[in-house]
Design a protein around this ligand. Structure first.
Ligand SMILES: Nc1ncnc2c1ncn2[C@@H]1O[C@H](COP(=O)(O)OP(=O)(O)O)[C@@H](O)[C@H]1O
Ligand SMILES: [Mg+2]
Length: 453
């Protein structure tokens, strides 16, 4: 049977009266400006900005875990302001990103900056892809799935999507989801336990997974129950779930179709887009692996993540060179979403812990390579307490030297012919002024220390 995607794309939507659609129920609020119905009709609607602007690269620090604190771990990397990550041990090493989230940032805040525009775009017909990249235990699943207390980007996106539908009065929507896993370059359907080793195919509309199960969804709860069922299938099918989850990529896809909401919409265009939310395999290096099976897993992961980095960097540098989508299943599958005008958000998760410093550095380099952002010269200046104190110390030193010279000039220099009574008074005034400014600076430094102590 052909997948619904084959039947329902680009203006030939197989929507019948029985297709589930959504009618608005609540007044529009915060989405009104961004997702106005006119946004679909405006010239340039659906147009993405330049290639570089359509990709955002962000870094999210997680807090030190209680185990790391118990082990006396130190901070090796830290967020310096909103866009820079610095090495604690080497002040010369720093990288800039579109945004850096410190350890106290909530997933909702990450969502607002790194995901909402992608979800909003997908609801307007612009493909979107959000990746969580990082080593095992750095916070990828926490960021993408989260839990009851701190919902991740997937539940927040689903909630947002249904919110947008309710607030877009003049369009009707059809949403469906699929959920799959790529393990050792094999694609498995997580919504259908029988769907193993599926093939990636290509037609005029782009790439798709042959035979993947797509479920039409009616509410956020419905979507979340499907994801939970998919996770359950993964658990059952694996002997060591933690290991499997760190070795496989999972791709949750929300397919969005919409069309004007009216009696007869013949000839009206149906917009079609996909939103891919991806929890990547752990990016840790597999060099240390000794067994054949682990090494094989590692080499597949390395290859797909390396290809992903290359693909994203080619998208951001805007050069029309060959983009190696076909080098891995992950990039091949995402080819339609990543090429063209799709929006991409790469969220790199890291731990600040010193024991993971090298892996964190690799993640930072990956994010930097994917989207090269220069550090602004101004931002690069460290204006911290230490450097301010240094500045005052050197000023005091300089003043002291000048004072000494002045004293010597008055008291030890051979009397000059033109040293008059007036001149001596003037010099004395200068000495007093220098002494005063010296005292004021000294007082300021002492105050600075006390205040920040
Ligand atoms: N930003 C964060 N704030 C609080 N706890 C976090 C954060 N990121 C991760 N954690 C916790 O750290 C642990 C590892 O995170 P997890 O998301 O499972 O890592 P990964 O999926 O990258 O292997 C989990 O217990 C998770 O709850
Ligand atoms: Mg995980």
């Amino acid at each position: 049977m052909a997948s619904p995607r084959r039947n329902a794309s680009h203006g030939e939507a197989a929507r019948s009266d029985s297709s589930p659609t959504y009618t608005p129920a609540t007044p529009r609020s915060r989405f009104a400006a961004e997702f106005s119905p006119e946004a679909f009709d405006e010239p340039g609607a659906g147009e993405a900005p330049s290639a570089k602007e359509s990709v955002t690269a962000t870094v999210r620090f997680r807090p030190l875990s209680s185990r790391e604190i118990r082990q006396g771990e130190e901070i090796a990397w830290y967020a310096d302001g909103e866009t820079i990550v610095r090495s604690e041990h080497n002040p010369n090493i720093a990288y800039a990103y579109d945004r850096v989230f410190g350890p106290t940032t909530t997933t909702q805040q990450v969502y607002d900056v790194a995901a909402q525009h992608v979800v909003g775009g997908a609801m307007q017909g612009i493909n979107g892809t959000i990746f969580a990249y990082g080593v095992t235990s750095s916070g990828k699943t926490h960021t993408m799935h989260g839990d009851q207390r701190s919902p991740g980007i997937i539940p927040l996106a689903v909630k947002d999507a249904f919110g947008i539908i309710q607030e877009t009065l003049n369009r009707e929507f059809l949403l469906r989801v699929s959920y799959l896993e790529i393990y050792n370059e094999v694609v498995n359907d997580l919504l259908n336990p029988a769907g193993k080793n599926l093939r990636i195919r290509e037609d005029l509309q782009g790439t798709f997974v042959e035979g993947i199960k797509e479920e039409v969804v009616l509410s956020p709860t419905h979507v979340l129950s499907l994801i939970a069922a998919g996770e359950e299938h993964r658990h059952i099918g694996s002997t060591n779930f933690n290991l499997l989850s760190s070795r496989s990529h999972t791709i949750f896809t929300l397919t969005v179709e919409s069309s004007p909401f009216c009696e007869s919409n013949e000839g009206e265009t149906v917009t079609f887009s996909q939103l891919n939310l991806i929890d990547l395999a752990g990016s840790e290096s597999s060099r240390a692996e000794t067994t054949g099976a682990r090494r094989k897993e590692g080499s597949y992961i390395n290859k797909s993540l390396l290809t992903l980095g290359t693909v994203i960097s080619k998208l951001t540098d805007g050069k029309a060179t060959h983009v190696p989508f076909r080098n891995s299943k992950l990039t091949r599958l995402l080819q339609s979403s990543l090429s063209g005008q799709g929006r991409v958000s790469l969220i790199c998760t890291v731990t600040p812990a010193s024991s993971n410093s090298e892996e964190t550095h690799n993640t930072l380099k990956f994010a930097h390579r994917s989207k090269h952002i220069e550090i602004q010269a101004l931002q690069n200046k460290i204006i911290d307490e230490k450097s301010l104190i240094k500045k005052y110390q050197s000023e005091i030193r300089q003043l002291r030297e000048e004072l000494e010279q002045l004293k010597r000039g008055i008291f030890t220099a051979t009397p000059l012919k033109d040293v008059t009574e007036d001149n001596i008074i003037l010099w004395k005034q200068k000495v007093i002024l220098f002494l005063l400014s010296h005292l004021m600076l000294y007082g300021f430094v002492v105050f600075h220390f006390i205040y920040h102590a």
